[in-house]
Write a protein that binds this ligand. Structure first.
Ligand SMILES: Nc1nc2c(c(=O)[nH]1)N=C([C@H](O)[C@H](O)COP(=O)(O)OP(=O)(O)OP(=O)(O)O)CN2
Ligand SMILES: [Zn+2]
Length: 127
């Protein structure tokens, strides 16, 4: 049986957004304290006994979050064109993280974006 370690790191950012074409109050500008759960799969451990250092995942997720932190998302690429829904923000994190972290040994499994304490979306792509 093949081993698989799934690591998870939580980061946060705060920003405002407006949902375009939304039939409700979220079409007005409002803000969230977003929580980002990044899951990374490792099929083997390194010499230290880690899939990958949590710090590597955390730093990458924070760098991406900093682009959005304390911003109005509708004015930040790609959300000038792409509606800044939780789904689209999760996909953005996933793709940016995968481009930075994926290698022969590890790959980003999913990004779960919590918009409120009660609602989140989990984004992944098939391999
Ligand atoms: N599938 C999605 N649904 C909704 C999204 C989204 O991104 N994807 N986003 C929103 C809004 O951004 C909104 O801010 C969330 O509002 P709401 O669900 O009303 O959250 P509250 O906690 O403020 O709701 P209460 O009514 O106070 O429970 C909406 N839907
Ligand atoms: Zn919102």
């Amino acid at each position: 049986m093949a081993a698989r370690y799934t690591l998870k790191v939580l980061t946060e950012f705060a920003s405002a957004h407006t949902l375009r074409e939304y039939p409700g109050a979220c079409a007005r500008m409002h803000g969230h304290n977003w929580k980002v759960e990044t899951e990374v799969d490792a099929g083997a451990l390194d010499d230290v006994g880690m899939g990958v250092d949590f710090k590597v995942i955390k730093d990458a997720a924070r760098r991406i979050g900093e682009r959005l932190d304390h911003r109005y998302l509708n004015e930040v690429e790609p959300f000038t064109e792409v509606n800044p829904t939780a789904e689209n923000i999760a996909a953005y994190f996933y793709r940016e993280l995968a481009a930075e972290l994926n290698n022969d040994r590890i790959h980003v499994r999913s990004v779960t974006l919590w918009e409120t304490d009660r609602a989140c979306v989990r984004y992944t792509e098939d391999h």
